[in-house]
Design a protein. Structure first.
Length: 243
């Protein structure tokens, strides 16, 4: 009888189990539960480890292409970071563009107001609004240095897809604010919400601080400190102190 044979084998195995320490242990059921739990976790771990290894294999060629590009641009060599790489490693916003502008001499040649305007063009992202009134305004006259920087960066952007063209659409607002215009008067020049503009100005402040901390040239550091003084005033300073 198959059923009786199976029952006898089960009984025999049960008797053998009692001969082991675990078989006589009162906590056997708890241990068994933990064993199965650990087994399930191990299977999950193996699954995610497999996915991670697959991603590593996919990302490695991309990583190697980026390294090769940084070599071509003069940021690294076989020994490590070069001068461009050292500067870029200390910048956390549009680091390649900032570095290229620095080595092209723009931060040395521009005055404080032009640097502030340039940095706003680096960080600002234009958002199309319902009435499109911002697009309908006649374009403001840009300083020649900003025009030159825009051409320089846009040329880089055409060569390298990861570089963002300069957004100079509201450069006149930063120029006016940096030169001392009252905030209320400046707001008559745009339809951008007050909060968005203040947020953009504070992003510029953060970027200039990054650049100032990254460079060693004391005369440029002094100029960048003046840049901060021109922007971080009145309502912009008040929001920073409040936060």
């Amino acid at each position: 009888d198959v059923e009786k044979k199976f029952a006898d084998q089960h009984q025999e195995l049960s008797e053998q189990e009692k001969g082991f320490i675990c078989g006589r242990c009162r906590s056997r059921s708890k241990c068994t539960s933990r064993y199965f739990q650990a087994s399930r976790l191990r299977k999950k771990l193996d699954y995610w480890r497999g996915l991670f290894e697959e991603q590593e294999e996919l990302q490695l060629p991309l990583y190697e292409r980026k390294l090769e590009l940084l070599r071509q641009l003069g940021y690294i060599d076989d020994k490590g970071l070069l001068a461009r790489g050292e500067l870029a490693s200390r910048i956390h916003t549009e680091e390649i563009t900032v570095t290229e502008l620095y080595f092209a001499g723009y931060f040395h040649e521009c005055n404080e107001h032009e640097i502030n305007t340039l940095c706003l063009s680096l960080i600002y992202e234009h958002r199309r609004r319902g009435n499109n009134s911002e697009e309908q305004r006649p374009p403001a006259k840009m300083p020649e240095k900003i025009k030159s920087a825009r051409g320089f960066v846009n040329s880089l952007a055409r060569q390298h897809g990861f570089i963002k063209p300069l957004e100079t659409r509201i450069s006149n607002l930063m120029m006016a604010w940096s030169q001392g215009m009252a905030f209320e008067d400046m707001m008559t020049m745009t339809e951008i919400p007050e909060g968005d503009l203040i947020r953009a100005f504070r992003q510029v402040i953060d970027l200039i601080r990054q650049i100032r901390d990254a460079v060693k040239d004391q005369s440029l550091r002094d100029k960048l400190l003046n840049c901060l003084t021109c922007i971080n005033r009145d309502i912009v300073l008040a929001t920073e102190l409040r936060d």
